[in-house]
Design a protein around this ligand. Sequence first.
Ligand code: NDP
Length: 296
Amino acid sequence: MSQNRVAVVTGSNQGIGFATVKALCSDFEGSVYLTSRNEERGLAAVEELKKIGLQPKYHQLDINDESSVLRLRDYLKDTYGGLDVLMNNAAILLPFKEGMSDDIFAEHACTVMQTNYFDTQRACKILFPILKPHARVVNLSSMLGHLTHIPGEDSVAVNLRAKLASPDLTYEELDSLMHNFVDAAQKGEHTKYGWPATGYYTTYIVSKIGVSALTRIQHRDFERDSRENIVINHVHPGYVSTQMSDYKGVLTPEKGAVAPSWLALLPPNVQEPKGAFVWCDKTIVDWVKGPMPPLD
Ligand code: NDP
């Protein structure tokens, strides 16, 4: 039975994804797939884990490329009859640094939103139909994806937060809000709609708020799904020393993988967390009201 179980971590040739594969190789009963958009980097990462006695498997996966996701889906279906654990970890951060132009901000808004929100969502749409009963899905959000990162008490910000927090929010409405950010960013008008002002992390923040709001909708769907007990959560892994954080994070990738891998391994018929925003210390944080725990 365990030989047919399979876990996939997206973007796992380095960083938190790599450390999560490492953790799952020890603790998940079944095959664990390290995936990467670049095959050479992925296979090198697999070799690194083999050197310490672990046995990850490998499949290419670029979430920007629909055909790559479809190939993985077909392979998993044919080989394992489905998927037991999906960790949506792949993401990019293109910081908007001082001295950059509005054009660069506009371009980053498109690129970052495409990978972090739209292509993550597309990967889910393609892979969710093959999830098996009792599957676990973990979406990597961030503390920056907490709803309170849309600041302000003016009516436009209050309304935007209310829309994103609505328990009735639909995929279409969320997509349209994310498109609204990107379109407004092209004209430098995003603050008019309540989005945070231009800064180092702005698009990343909005894309991760999108991932978190998406997780809440997906959770609602899984509650009604005919497949038993599929559980999804979104997680802040901590401020982790990886390429994304310019190696400034305070946690090692192994520590950053603790909460994501715990969520991937939640036992059958778990009552909580379900559809929850989970902090790196495994506590549940209210995504709408907070408060957020102090920084790690
Ligand atoms: P890294 O930049 O170290 O790793 C990101 C991984 O995603 C890389 O393997 C990268 O591949 C991959 N990736 C990027 N785009 C794609 C794509 N289109 N298809 C497939 N893989 C892709 O980041 P972290 O390990 O720090 O981040 C992992 C997750 O944790 C992200 O979702 C991030 O937002 C989140 N997070 C990280 C925090 C931190 O402090 N580090 C804090 C909060 C959240 P490649 O090597 O080819 O670039």
